[in-house]
Design a binder for this molecule. Structure first.
Ligand code: HEC
Length: 198
């Protein structure tokens, strides 16, 4: 459209017009504002250094960092356990304490889940959610089984591995599985026993 072009001849902004023309659409050469470019290049540089340090270099990976944070968290929770005694009352108390159960999750996941599944549904070892037990008649027995194991039948003894408070915590964690619904429940084994509460 030649008419409209002639009208623009006096516009000083036309000096910045780029030479190309796409169906009459012209483009100004407007550089990004300095502040915008500065943020862009700063982020770009930061990402590059970040990747070099954390992904290729000596920086801890996200996983390692998380593990170490969780380690500190568990330590703190375990420190709070103090010298807890393996009594049914203590186990019942821990079992309904969400923070303690959270603290026990990693301990169970890394030591027990291989045989009992993370959600207690069972595998090589029995289902811990269903209310039926082979070696447990009351809540206190859980601690005894964890400590001494049932070695000939494939359940390791943990008394040399973990101090008393951690075994108490594990017992509470096992007790808290009861009545939950695991993803892949193993068929009940042993006998159905009375509920935990006295
Ligand atoms: C190598 C496999 C294996 C690992 C690891 C394992 N268990 Fe077991 N667990 C078993 C088996 C097998 C049994 C069943 C023993 C039996 O038949 O008497 C069992 C039984 C139990 C029982 C008694 C259940 C019942 O029905 O009497 C409890 C409680 C238990 N385990 C807790 C734990 C805890 C807590 C851990 C982690 C600290 C753990 N187990 C780690 C294999 C394992």
């Amino acid at each position: 459209m030649p008419d409209s072009n002639t009208h623009h001849n006096v516009d000083p902004l036309d000096l910045n017009l780029l030479p190309h023309d796409a169906d009459g659409i012209r483009e100004y050469d407007n550089p990004m504002p300095f502040w915008w470019s500065a943020i862009f290049w700063a982020s770009f540089g930061y990402a590059l250094l970040y990747a070099m340090y954390f992904m290729m270099g000596v920086g801890p990976s996200v996983q390692a960092d998380y593990q170490s944070d969780m380690g500190v968290f568990y330590e703190e929770q375990f420190a709070k356990l103090g010298d807890l005694q393996p009594t049914p009352e203590t186990i019942r108390g821990l079992m309904v304490d969400p923070k303690m159960m959270q603290a026990a999750t990693g301990l169970f996941a890394s030591n027990c889940a291989v045989c009992h599944a993370k959600d207690g549904g069972g595998g090589t070892g029995p289902n811990l959610c269903d209310g039926s037990y082979i070696n447990v008649k009351s809540i206190g027995d859980i601690y005894t089984v964890i400590s001494g194991g049932v070695v000939p039948r494939g359940m390791p003894a943990w008394e040399k591995r973990f101090p008393v408070p951690q075994r108490v915590l594990l017992a509470a964690y096992v007790a808290h599985f009861r009545g939950t619904t695991p993803a892949v429940p193993k068929a009940p084994q042993g006998e159905s026993i009375a509920p935990w509460n006295p």
